[in-house]
Design a protein around this ligand. Sequence first.
Ligand SMILES: Nc1ncnc2c1ncn2[C@@H]1O[C@H](COP(=O)(O)OP(=O)(O)O)[C@@H](O)[C@H]1O
Ligand SMILES: [Mg+2]
Length: 419
Amino acid sequence: MNSKASTECFVYITLPGETEPVTAGRFELTKDRRGNALGRFVYGKSYLARRNAVAIDPVELKLSDGTYETARLNGVFGALRDASPDYWGRRVIEKHAGIAQLGELDYLLNSADDRAGALGFGLNQRPPSPRRKFNKTLELARLQQIAEALMREENVKTEEAAQVQDLMLIGTSMGGARPKAVVEDDEGLWVAKFNRPDDRWNNTRVEHAMLQLAKTCSIGVATSRLETVAGKDVVLVKRFDREKADKGYTKARMISGLTLLRAEEAVQMRDRWSYVRLAEELRRVVKEATRDAPELFRRVVFNALISNTDDHPRNHAIIAKDRDWQLSPAYDLTPSPVIAQDRRDLAMEIGDQGRFANAKNLLSQRARFLLEAEEAKAIISDMTEKLRSTWYDVVRAQGVTDKDAETIRSAFVYDGFSY
Ligand SMILES: Nc1ncnc2c1ncn2[C@@H]1O[C@H](COP(=O)(O)OP(=O)(O)O)[C@@H](O)[C@H]1O
Ligand SMILES: [Mg+2]
């Protein structure tokens, strides 16, 4: 790796229905006169001339031949930030590079090419051919071992370093903080999520159960399944942004709720984190607002009822498999057992009473989710009843132990929700 931080790169995109990337444009990270980070992006002329060209995102980088500039997010456009590795991926890359602090662009350039969405990054004008080989689900045991060594901060042995490159870098570009890798089987590509030694309950099993539970509440969820390797559980979540084709994979474009909200990741900057605003932004860009806005409402109700307080904007996304955008399936649903019975807050604003996970608060802004009062009330009461009466059985049916179920019990349908 170059010791000098990279300052520009090419941005590649895999167009709808295609499996090979093309060059979309050029991104440059510089400083303005005052020394503040400034990002610039231009679409390539030949890209704009393609009849099947699509915009990188529907918010900031619309298809046009001007130069885009941003001083927000350290000069990194939202869609590029979404494609850039998060906590877990950065750790793996730093470990591999042996450098603690890399430039923003270095993370982009060093993360693997299987990041969520349709973008790729590189220093050559022409995109590299897509990776043909992925880790197989059969290699999960090995991947898990390496992930655990990285979590323990152990120095992975030198002869293993090359394998860390091969094996783990393949999971670095997926965001999130939990240890994960991308694996392939006959059906396609999956995000494999591992348990952490410091987890208070079997997170992977519970995560899988939450996706099942959400499905019973008429929420569109990512497909998932559990695998047990070397006595440890792994949840495999099917990638909804990839589809197996004759040659390789087609890629859906994908941007996070953060980008839709033009928001920052840091919790201290959460003033733009709002489901109400997310609903409005969603309605502006998706093809079927009357389907997606109520769907978002159901997800907020669900999150409130399972105390999923980790529902920050990066745990929501929109995707475009062809030209049109839509809300992605739900993913990363985690209950958090909280002691307080009177008031719990979600990560994002819900209504007139701010982040309060409460039915009245949810109803206060139901119109923005394109719901009549009666419809919104029915969603809330049906889901409350359903979750109250079924969460335990659903969780146990997925093999969550009675002890773990008791540990998370207080997350479900807490008293303050109905005040
Ligand atoms: N099934 C999926 N298909 C495509 N992208 C996904 C899928 N699940 C998660 N992602 C992407 O990977 C990121 C990290 O996954 P997530 O489940 O949120 O992990 P974590 O628990 O570490 O936050 C998400 O923010 C999202 O961008
Ligand atoms: Mg997440």
